[in-house]
Ligand binder design. Sequence first.
Ligand code: AMP
Length: 217
Amino acid sequence: MRLILLGAPGAGKGTQAVVISQKYNIPHISTGDMFRSNIKNGTELGKKAKEYMDKGLLVPDELTVDIVKDRISQADCKDGFILDGFPRTIYQAEKLDEMLKDLAIELDYALNIYVPDDEIIKRMSGRRVCSKCGMSYHIIYNQPKADGLCDSCNSELIQRDDDKEETVIQRLSTYHKQTEPLIEYYEKKEKLLTVHGQEGVDDTTREVLSALSGAKL
Ligand code: AMP
């Protein structure tokens, strides 16, 4: 299955991507995680990307498209993948169409997780991520088993710089201006599936898995 995830920052794309990736045994490709790992490793790409990320802005397309192209061309993506956080602009969506055409493969679905803005703001201030493996948690809605530690690798949980409130508000505005038009883009291509993500993680997962199993693959 080849899938992209759409939705505002904080809608739960990363959390659902992990579940889908395990269930369908396909790699989870997150451009946000790729940038964060570049930042951690001090690469040139990381340095450039951080300037935009810390302000709640999108990293320019010319720094983003090629890393996705390289990644989806790798052998483990042959039978499918889930793209989380890409495309985020119409230009990126058009570039993705070209990449898929070059690889002679087709996208199956664009899964949109809808959550209203006020809920997003509430959520993101409580979000914590594992400093090592990137797994997401929430101090109220999705608590780790041990306070401040990752269930999976036991490393420290941290708040991302871009989850601070003023950055969240800017990220939402960026989302509405640049990314939301993709909903119509994929609707026109008859690839769009929409689920409601404002309830708990488990309810959303149920909706996601039911939408995917009901869809024709
Ligand atoms: P995420 O973890 O998906 O919320 O991404 C965190 C940040 O990384 C975003 O706010 C952007 O600054 C940057 N980013 C991630 N994916 C993209 C993309 N496809 N295009 C541009 N910027 C991106």
